[in-house]
Design a protein around this ligand. Structure first.
Ligand code: CA
Ligand code: CA
Ligand code: CA
Ligand code: CA
Length: 723
C-alpha cells in the first residue's frame, strides 16, 4: 500500500509515548452523565459520573467560581465472577431477612442444586471496595432491591460508554452564582469532555427507589417533597418516578424538567435523547395535567392550577419507556412561570421595522427599504406576510428568518418573487450549524441576484399551516453580509509534552463568504502552537494539530483561538467557540458549544525534544509528482518498528517513502494525476503506529501482532500545484 511505509527508525523512541500497549490515543476519557446533575448553593453534593476510560480519575474541574469537586472513588464494571459473588450475597441477605435459613453446605436440597452449581462457594471472589455494594450484610429489602436493579436487571443493557463510574463530592459555596457550569474529570489519559452541572437556589431532593408503586397509591413509597424544590432522578428501563407533595386549591404549580438539556445527545438511541414526560395526579390517581414537548423543546414544562386541597403526585418517565443511567433529570417544582430562554436575537445595524397587517398578498404588500430587520407574527390561520422592495438589476439580496432560533414555534417558509409573481428563490429549512442543539432547523434563508430593475416581494408563512400569537419572527432583508463563525473541537484537548494532537476547526460561513481563515492561539500561548492552522478558501472543516513544545502541567491550560480573514478588504477577527462533536441516534452529528477550551499536557515533567516541521510553508506537491517534507525529530535508541500512515488523506495523495536522516526524517508525498486536482489545499495528518505482541493467552507464540497508535506528527499543510 502506497500510503503506508514501514521504517525501523533511530528516532523510534521519541515517538513511543507510553511503555505499555495502552495508548492515550486509543480511547479518550469520556463522561456520559453526572447524577445528580446539579445542586443547591451552600451544599455538598455526592455526584456519580459515568463514562469510559476514566481510570486514574484524580481531579475535578468545574468552571466558574465557588464550585469545587473531589474524587472519592473510581469503579470499573464488575466482572462475571464478581457479579456471581454479589448475586450470592444478595440472595443470602434476602433469605436472612425473609427468615429463611441459609442452607448448610453439602445439603442435598434439590432446589439449591438446580439453582446453583455445586462448587459455587469455590467461585466466590472478594468484591471490590465499591460504594454501592458496601455492607450488604446489613441492607434492608429496599436497599437490596436497588442493588439488584443496578447490577442484575435484565432490561439494563451494559453500555461500555458509561460503564465506569467516578464518585465526586461537589462543594457549592453559598455565594456561587446560579446557572450552568462545566464539569470535567482529569484521568490518567487526560481530560474528559465537559458535562453540564447546574447550581440552583432551591432546596434539592433525590429520588429513592422504589418509587413507582403499582397499582398507583399516593400514600406509599412515592418520594415526599416540599415546594418549591428541585428533584433529581434517573430513569431506568420501564421506570416511573413519583414524587408526592401537598398543595392547596388555587395554587399554581409549574414543574420544569431538564433532561435533554443535561445530556443533549445519545449516540445509540432514537431520537437521540431522553424524552421526558411529566404527569400530575391527584391523591386518587386521577390525572390533573401532563406535559410532553414544550413546543419544539423536548424538555417538558407542566403548568396548572391546583383544583382542591390535598395530596398530589408528580410523575416522570421516558415517552418510550426507555431508560438507562444517563437518563438523568432535574425537575424544578415552583409556582412561577419564569422560563429560561437563552437564545440571543440577531444583532444588526440595519433599521428595524414592525409588520403592518393587512399584508397577505402582493397587492397589500408592505413597502420596505433594505437593509432592514422586520419584526412580525404569523398570528392567525392562513396568515402570510408579504414585503415589497425596489431592486436594481444585478443587486444581490438575502432574506433570512430568525424564528426557531429564537424559540418561536414558527416553521417558516420564504419565497422571493418578482413583480409578476415568478418565484426567484424559495426555502423552507436552512440548517444553522451554529445552533448545535437544534435538530429541526426550521428557519428559512434565500439569496438571489436580481435579474432586472423593479419591484420584488418576500413572502413569509408557516410551512405547516400553523399560526398563533407566539409565532413570531425576525426577518432580515439586506444585501449579503459576508462573515463567519468558528468552532474548535474537542473542547478538552489532551496532548503529550513535546508532541501533537489533532484538533478540528470548522468554518461556519455566512452570506457567501468563501475566503481563507487563518487561526492562531490568542495572547501568550505558553509553548502551545497550532500547526496547519488555515482553513482554506471554500473549505468548511480542517484537521489541524496543537503542539505542546513544553513540559507537562498539573493544571489544564485555558486557551482562546481566533480566526482572521479578509472580508471586503478589511481584516475581520472572530473568536472560535469551543465545541463537542456529538453523535445523535447513530448518524447525525452536531457541534455542541462549550464554555471553555482547555488543554491538558500529559507526560514528562521536563521538556522533551520536540518533533517539528522544518518549514511552516505549505508543501507544494506537483500533480503527478512528489514532494519531500523534512521533519525534525530527536534521536533515541531503537525500541521497535514504527509505521507512518496518512490519516484519511485527500483522494490521490499518498505517503510514498520515509527516509531517516540526521536529526529527523524525510517524508515523500505524491499526488496522483487522476485523483488530485491542482489548487487542492488541506493538511496532511500523519499517524505513527507501533507493533506490539497481541495478548498471549496460550503457550504457542502469538503470531497476532497489534498496531497501537502512538501519536501524530504536526499537521502538514500542502497544496497541489500544476506541473
Ligand atoms: Ca428512577
Ligand atoms: Ca402577520
Ligand atoms: Ca399577514
Ligand atoms: Ca421552515
Amino acid at each position: 500500500m502506497n500510503s503506508m511505509k514501514k521504517c525501523a527508525l533511530l528516532l523510534v523512541a521519541s515517538l513511543v509515548f507510553v511503555a505499555s500497549g495502552q495508548s492515550p490515543l486509543a480511547r479518550n476519557p469520556r463522561v456520559g452523565y453526572v447524577y445528580p446533575a446539579g445542586g443547591q448553593q451552600g451544599s455538598v453534593v455526592q455526584v456519580t459520573a459515568g463514562g469510559q476510560a476514566l481510570a486514574g480519575a484524580a481531579t475535578v474541574y468545574l468552571s466558574g467560581e465557588g464550585v469545587r469537586g473531589t474524587v472519592t472513588y473510581y469503579a470499573k464494571p464488575l466482572n462475571n465472577q464478581q457479579l456471581q459473588t454479589l448475586g450470592r450475597k444478595l440472595k443470602d441477605r434476602r433469605d436472612e431477612l425473609a427468615g429463611r435459613a441459609k442452607p448448610a453446605a453439602g445439603t442435598s436440597d434439590s432446589q439449591r442444586v438446580a439453582a446453583e452449581p455445586p462448587n459455587v462457594d469455590k467461585d466466590l471472589v472478594p468484591l471490590p471496595n465499591h460504594p454501592w455494594i458496601q455492607n450488604i450484610e446489613t441492607m434492608t429489602m429496599d436497599e437490596l432491591e436497588r442493588v439488584a436493579r443496578r447490577f442484575f436487571d435484565k432490561k439494563n443493557q451494559l453500555n461500555a460508554q458509561i460503564a465506569e463510574i467516578v464518585l465526586v463530592d461537589v462543594t457549592i459555596d453559598p455565594a456561587a452564582v446560579p446557572g450552568v457550569r462545566e464539569l470535567r474529570l482529569k484521568t490518567a489519559a487526560g481530560l474528559t469532555n465537559p458535562i453540564p452541572f447546574h447550581v440552583g437556589t432551591l432546596p434539592e431532593t433525590s429520588e429513592v427507589e422504589p418509587n413507582d408503586p403499582r397499582p398507583f397509591a399516593a400514600d406509599h413509597s412515592a418520594t415526599e417533597i416540599g415546594s418549591p424544590t428541585v428533584v433529581n432522578g434517573q430513569i431506568m428501563p420501564g421506570d416511573l418516578d413519583r414524587f408526592m407533595f401537598q398543595a392547596s386549591a388555587g395554587q399554581s404549580i409549574v414543574a420544569r424538567a431538564r433532561a435533554r438539556e443535561l445530556v443533549p445527545y445519545l449516540a445509540d438511541a432514537v431520537p437521540g435523547w431522553f424524552q421526558a414526560v411529566l404527569t400530575l395526579y391527584d391523591g386518587n390517581g386521577r390525572r390533573v395535567a401532563s406535559a410532553d414537548d414544550q413546543f419544539f423543546s423536548p424538555d417538558p414544562v407542566l403548568a396548572c392550577t391546583i383544583p382542591k386541597d390535598g395530596t398530589y403526585v408528580l410523575e416522570t418517565r421516558d415517552a418510550l419507556f426507555r431508560g438507562r443511567e444517563d437518563f438523568v433529570y432535574r425537575i424544578a417544582l415552583d409556582n412561577t412561570e419564569s422560563g429560561s430562554h437563552n437564545s440571543t436575537r440577531p444583532t444588526s445595524s440595519s433599521p428595524e421595522t414592525n409588520e403592518i397587517e393587512p399584508n397577505n398578498t402582493g397587492q397589500s404588500a408592505q413597502a420596505i427599504a433594505p437593509p432592514c430587520m422586520i419584526e412580525g407574527t404569523i398570528d392567525r390561520e392562513a396568515d402570510a406576510d408579504v414585503y415589497r422592495f425596489e431592486g436594481k438589476s444585478g443587486m444581490a439580496i438575502v432574506a433570512e428568518v430568525y424564528a426557531r432560533r429564537l424559540d418561536s414555534p414558527l416553521d417558516s417558509l420564504l419565497r422571493l418573487t418578482d413583480s409578476t409573481g415568478n418565484v426567484l428563490a424559495w426555502n423552507d429549512d436552512h440548517p444553522d450549524a451554529e445552533r448545535g442543539l437544534i435538530t429541526h432547523h426550521a428557519d428559512s434563508y434565500v439569496t438571489a441576484q436580481l435579474p432586472a430593475d423593479g419591484a420584488y416581494c418576500v413572502e413569509i408563512s408557516d410551512a405547516q399551516h400553523n399560526a398563533g400569537p407566539d409565532f413570531r419572527y425576525t426577518l432580515r432583508i439586506s444585501p449579503p453580509q459576508p462573515d463567519f463563525a468558528l468552532r474548535i473541537a474537542p473542547s478538552s484537548i489532551n496532548v503529550q509534552a513535546g508532541r501533537s494532537a489533532v484538533v478540528h476547526a470548522y468554518a461556519l460561513r455566512k452570506d457567501g463568504f468563501t475566503g481563507e481563515i487563518r487561526l492562531a492561539i490568542k495572547g501568550d500561548p505558553a509553548g502551545l502552537t497550532l500547526d496547519g492552522a488555515t482553513i482554506p478558501a471554500g473549505a468548511d472543516h480542517v484537521r489541524m494539530t496543537l503542539t505542546a513544545a513544553r513540559a507537562s502541567s498539573e493544571e489544564p491550560i485555558s486557551i482562546e483561538v481566533e480566526g482572521r480573514a479578509e472580508i471586503a478588504r478589511r481584516e475581520v477577527c472572530r473568536r472560535a467557540t469551543p465545541a463537542e462533536d456529538m453523535m445523535q441516534a447513530f448518524s447525525y452529528r452536531h457541534l455542541v458549544t462549550a464554555e471553555n477550551l482547555l488543554v491538558s499536557i500529559l507526560g514528562p515533567k521536563k521538556p522533551t525534544g520536540r518533533i517539528a516541521l522544518a518549514s511552516d510553508e505549505p508543501v507544494r506537491i506537483p500533480l503527478g509528482g512528489a514532494a519531500q517534507i523534512y521533519v525534525k525529530a530527536p534521536i533515541g535508541p531503537i525500541l521497535s518498528e514504527i509505521e507512518l500512515r496518512l490519516s484519511d488523506p485527500p483522494k490521490g495523495i499518498a505517503l510514498t517513502d520515509v527516509v531517516v536522516v540526521p536529526d529527523g526524517m524525510v517524508l515523500e508525498v505524491a499526488a496522483s494525476p487522476d485523483a488530485a486536482a491542482p489548487g487542492l489545499s488541506d493538511n496532511l495528518i500523519v499517524e505513527a503506529y507501533r507493533e506490539v505482541d497481541g495478548p498471549q493467552r496460550t503457550e504457542k507464540p502469538s503470531a497476532a501482532k497489534r498496531q497501537v497508535p502512538v501519536g501524530v506528527l504536526p499537521a502538514i499543510p500542502f497544496e497541489v500545484a500544476a506541473r
